[in-house]
Design a protein around this ligand. Sequence first.
Ligand code: HAM
Length: 430
Amino acid sequence: MATNLKAVRGTRDLLPPETDLWQKAEATARSVFARYGFGEIRTPIMEDTQLFARGVGEETDIVSKEMYTWEDRARAQSEKAQSLTLRPENTAGVVRAYIEHKLGETGQLQKLFYIGPQFRRERPQKGRYRQFYQIGAEVIGAPSSGSESPLRDAEVLEMLATLLNELGITDWTLQLNSVGSSSDRPRYVEALKAALQPVKAQLCADCQRRAETNPLRVLDCKVPEDQPIIATLPQIADYLDTESKAHFAAVLAALDACGVKYTLNPRLVRGLDYYTRTTFEFLMETGLGTQNALLGGGRYDGLSEMLGGPKAPGIGFAMGEDRLVLTLQALNAEAAAQKLDAYIAPMGEAQNPYALALAKELRTAGLRVDMGDGSFRLKKSFEAADKVARRIVIVGEDEASTGVLTVKTFASGEQTKVTRAELISTLKSL
Ligand code: HAM
């Protein structure tokens, strides 16, 4: 039997010390979310397939090509077989939870964040994986909670600028657009359909189909030959009604007031069907190569109703955490490589129990401690200790009986005898 089992294509193991950077990113995000009044939501990784078909949209690349979907067998008579899907994104799941737990009835604006894996069967490359991680947030509520206010859009965007700034990432550009409300959309889609008729035959097979089923998705097409034609199609900005225009103008005014820079991109429709009004992406100049979208998001004022829920306008984003870490690595950011405070080296197996008791005492006092083993030679203990710790504590036969320990500090080369009573304060000193 083959023994070379490997992580599945498009998935990866994250190991220390890289995971230190992941923890740093997540800790910074959690700290920012807390300051902006967000609480954490954790939704299941698998959901009913219908959630994504209805929420994200049948004609999107995500739903039509990229989902991990399977027929889950019934285990008992009382159960039905069900089509399940590994979540390709988390907004639909959050809105499902909002409806299921009647969060709208609280009358409060819900500010929720999440950090977790998502799954899409994409062609793997740098910055694009089949299991990837998102750090995201959603602001959603009944209209009376203020969920529709352009101030919410601007607050989310300003929070993102602050988060990236705190992570030391500055060379981003924020691209912004408005894709209009559910009343603007039909007029635009009609215009798009009409404009597509004469040129449809020159487009790729997917676009020929989309021109009929969901013309907006033609604008996401990545086929290079289609781009010159797509560039000539009508722009949504010309089809916004007064209300949508005023909403967008108010978002821009609030961003100007707090100094968040942006570029308008009238082609930014994003690859998911639920968006209305504000849409955005933060793109990176360096570090990410072709997969340069660090994060994306927008408003989804009709999503709750599409899923059978009450009216609940919302806005949110998801940041690709894998891409965030790649960006931090390109900036040479290091999660301050912290060495352990001490490495305890028992000199013989008889000293092992003493070493473990000593480690327990030091760890209880808050010190970061690792241990060797009594079977190690002195040289091996020193080499192992020097790699991971600032100091070595030697536990020989004498030391264990007298309670006087030998401590060596690697940086200075200084070696001293320390009583057990003084050990904690010695190890805490720099
Ligand atoms: P999305 O644009 O599909 O939006 O994904 C958001 C971000 O996730 C992307 O900008 C990218 O950084 C990262 N990402 C997506 N696919 C991959 C992949 N295969 N490998 C690595 N990173 C990836 C959404 O998912 C929406 N739910 C965002 C949102 C929240 N809109 C409103 N609320």
